[in-house]
Ligand binder design. Structure first.
Ligand code: NAD
Ligand code: WQD
Length: 337
């Protein structure tokens, strides 16, 4: 299928391009490089010998989208382009609603103009908010705790109403848990622009000597070792979920949400220990106060994705740590090196 990938130069998008090309899909990327670099697409090309066309543009730019739709005529769109930092979203809510919600609306209008009826959307487990029960299934109430989470939920609602009103339309809402890890080649990985917001890239930077110590945000949660537990998912498993979703969209209509996780949560200390094993380096740490807005535990029930899309995570915790370490140690300055 011809697949337009918005935000395709980003962390998850770049890994997804590799998996799409591996399944003989044609891809075209739209990215404004707000949080990525063009060199990422060169690396994808060199890893796949695949044809990756790209347009530098903003997902809110209707003119750029219309031109791209006319040239490439996608049969499906995977929509990664967006802003994703929870703390920043609290300080810049209008930017987040604009990029994440207006961006989605603009994209839908451009798709409608050419009759493109399939969209796969990067949603987030953060739409659930404080757990009412665990593991979260897709019927769990949604009550996001941040502006970022509300923009994701709002975009889901837009897509659901669009699918309801548009004959033959399919909207696949993939609710990712915590993506980590890197491509097996160690040529692609997560490259945070400045201060890492997430645990894994932070640990990786401590192990490589870029940062002195990890702050553990709270060791008094009601979990086995007192630190927060998350359902970490290897980015290659996540990328493969998008290929499964494209296939699913070919033979199904309507809007449908799918959790994308492993079902096996790990604590901060377990992540640190896995990283020590993988890297052979010490990870100095210090217990700090809890971080605002954090929940004790997140765990996915991903049985729907397995039953309906035939997708299941296969990578282990050690795969997550080893691939992150291979990427970080081989590219200490990320794509800037
Ligand atoms: P990322 O920042 O690495 O990738 C996003 C890409 O979109 C970047 O290449 C960026 O340059 C591009 N982009 C941003 N704004 C744009 C705009 N206005 N027009 C065009 N391109 C634009 O992030 P990621 O981790 O790969 O996440 C991809 C998507 O998945 C995001 O929508 C994010 O909200 C969602 N998501 C991420 C996580 C996570 O923890 N990484 C978890 C759940 C959901
Ligand atoms: C994981 C655990 C922290 C950093 C975020 C977004 C979510 C989704 C994924 C986009 C928690 C602890 C972290 C550190 C620490 N993104 N931690 N020291 O918060 O579960 O999810 O990314 O959709 O929306 O909220 O991930 O990696 O920040 O934290 O102790 O320096 O690690 O308290 O328990 P989180 P995270």
């Amino acid at each position: 299928m011809r697949v337009l990938v918005t935000g395709g130069a980003g962390y998850i998008g770049s890994h997804t391009l590799i998996e799409l090309l591996g399944q003989a899909h044609e891809v075209c990327v739209l990215d404004n490089f707000h949080n990525s670099r063009p060199v990422v697409l060169d690396r994808v090309r060199s890893l796949t010998n695949g044809k990756v066309t790209s347009v530098t543009g903003d997902v809110r730019d209707r003119g750029a989208l219309d031109a791209l739709m006319d040239d490439f005529a996608p049969q499906a769109v995977i929509h990664f382009a967006g802003l994703k930092a929870v703390g920043e979203s609290q300080r810049q809510p209008v930017d987040y609603y604009d990029v994440n919600v207006t961006g989605t609306l603009t994209l839908l209008r451009a798709m409608d103009r050419i009759g493109c009826r399939r969209i796969i959307f990067s949603s987030s487990a953060t739409v659930y908010g404080e757990p009412v029960y665990l593991p979260y299934d897709e019927a769990h109430p949604t009550a996001p705790l941040s502006v970022y989470g509300r923009t994701k939920l709002m975009a889901e609602e837009v897509l659901t109403d669009w699918a309801r009103a548009t004959p033959e339309a399919t909207a696949v809402l993939l609710r990712y848990f915590n993506p980590v890890g890197a491509h097996a080649s160690a040529r692609l990985g997560e490259d945070p622009a400045d201060y890492p917001n997430n645990l894994m890239p932070f640990i990786a930077q401590v192990a490589v000597g870029k940062r002195d110590e990890l702050q553990v945000f709270g060791d008094d949660y009601p979990t086995d070792d007192g630190t927060g537990e998350r359902d970490y998912i290897h980015v290659v498993d996540l990328a493969r979920a998008h290929v499964a979703a494209v296939d699913w969209a070919e033979s199904n209509t309507g809007a449908r949400a799918f959790n994308i996780g492993t079902g096996q949560p790990y604590s901060v200390y377990q992540m640190v220990e896995a990283f020590r094993r993988a890297s052979g380096h010490p990870i100095p740490l210090r217990v700090a106060p809890r971080r605002d807005g954090d929940v004790a535990r997140m765990q996915a029930d991903s049985r729907r994705a397995e039953a309906e899309m035939g997708w299941r995570a296969t990578h282990t915790l050690d795969d997550m740590a080893a691939s992150t370490w291979a990427w970080q140690s081989g590219n200490p300055d990320g794509y800037g090196g």
